[in-house]
Ligand binder design. Structure first.
Ligand SMILES: [Zn+2]
Length: 358
């Protein structure tokens, strides 16, 4: 996830705002034979070039302008980005396994049941109703109604569209992989850092946009006009955000808050289709359950952003959390928790439409 701080201080900019400052630091390095001998040693915050200064509360264990080979191999060594890299790399593989699971369990409801067999099941259930008490009757009737609807849908309609669910899984995997790569490679050079951050922003935008797809598509399956308006709006919003983040001018401090605001607005706009879904289908348990998951997801993301922005706990004890436990690692874990919650919502959406169709 995004490593560039929106909060680089004025002091940092004044300290080292030109290429001459960088040259002075290189000269300083060259004066020390021991530094030359240990070229790939980890360094302290004070020795970093400006583009690597994001968090003054993490004091040491930095990689700085290492050759690309050493930078890539550092995925297996210990430094202050190790857990940032691996939290999202593990998250990527978790989503890969989950995607594979859903593909192999396609569809969520077994459609191989033959028509005659399912009618026998209904007959059996109806016999149960006759011989059961009142509370069991209502439960069994609900089950029979669902089964009957499901069978009708399977016999008369096409299989449930799955691309919105898979688009979300791909969006989550792309975001996690780009974030991991960004944390691994950004220390190589200022140019690499710039490129990786662009990919990281694209990954964040992709995750937010594709998070809308299952929500909008499955909630408004039977209302194609509304569904298409929402899908088009969020896709255009996401592409615009990616384009905006490509302009170098938006890397400057005065535009950073604007870019952060774009991501937050894009995420908050999800409240519109969620509220719309609840107003239109509030009597459906699937609509309520998925809205609950979406609120939990939002809480995870919001908590992650707060921890990220506040830079706690390292703010309270600078240097203590350099390797493990600092805010960015907590932020990564909360992002995975939020994305996993949305995956659970996606399963409910799939089941809803496989039962009910349109
Ligand atoms: Zn990150």
């Amino acid at each position: 996830m995004e490593k560039t701080s929106f909060f680089i201080t004025e002091r940092d900019n004044k300290k080292c705002c030109s290429s001459s400052c960088k040259e002075i630091k290189i000269k300083k390095k060259r004066r020390s034979p021991s530094k030359e001998a240990n070229k790939y040693d980890l360094v302290d915050y004070a020795s970093l070039p400006t583009f690597l200064k994001h968090n003054e509360f993490i004091l040491s264990y930095y990689r700085s302008e290492w050759p690309i080979k050493q930078t890539i191999l550092s995925v297996f060594s210990i430094h202050n980005e190790t857990l940032n890299i691996w939290t999202h790399l593990v998250g990527f593989f978790i989503f890969l396994v989950l995607t594979n699971y859903v593909i192999n369990s396609s569809p969520m409801i077994n459609t191989t049941t033959t028509s005659s067999l399912t009618h026998q099941v209904i007959l059996h259930n109806n016999l149960q109703i006759i011989h059961s008490n009142d509370s069991q009757v209502s439960q069994t009737s609900l089950h029979v109604n669902q089964t009957t609807t499901m069978i009708k849908n399977q016999e008369t309609s096409e299989p449930t569209t799955r691309w919105p669910f898979y688009a979300y899984m791909c969006g989550a995997m792309f975001c996690l992989l780009m974030s991991s790569a960004c944390h691994l490679l950004s220390c190589h050079s200022e140019h690499t850092c710039y490129l990786m951050l662009r990919l990281d922003y694209a990954g964040i935008s992709g995750l937010i946009v594709t998070s809308f797809y299952p929500l909008v598509y499955y909630s408004f399956t039977c209302h194609p006009f509304i569904r298409n308006v929402y899908l088009t709006a969020i896709t255009v919003f996401g592409i615009a955000t990616i384009i905006v983040s490509l302009f170098p001018v938006f890397e400057t401090p005065e535009y950073r808050s604007m870019r952060a605001g774009l991501f937050v607005c894009m995420a908050l706009s999800g409240l519109v289709p969620i509220m719309h879904k609840l107003m239109a289908f509030g009597d459906r348990p699937e609509a309520v359950v998925t809205a609950g998951y979406e609120m939990i997801m939002g809480a995870f993301y919001a908590l992650g952003v707060i921890v990220y922005a506040a830079r706690v706990p390292e703010r309270w004890m600078p240097g203590r959390f350099d390797l493990a436990g600092h805010s960015h690692q907590l932020f990564h874990v909360l992002v995975i928790a939020g994305a996993y919650t949305h995956y659970l919502a996606g399963l409910v959406y799939l089941r809803w439409r496989e039962i009910e169709g349109c």
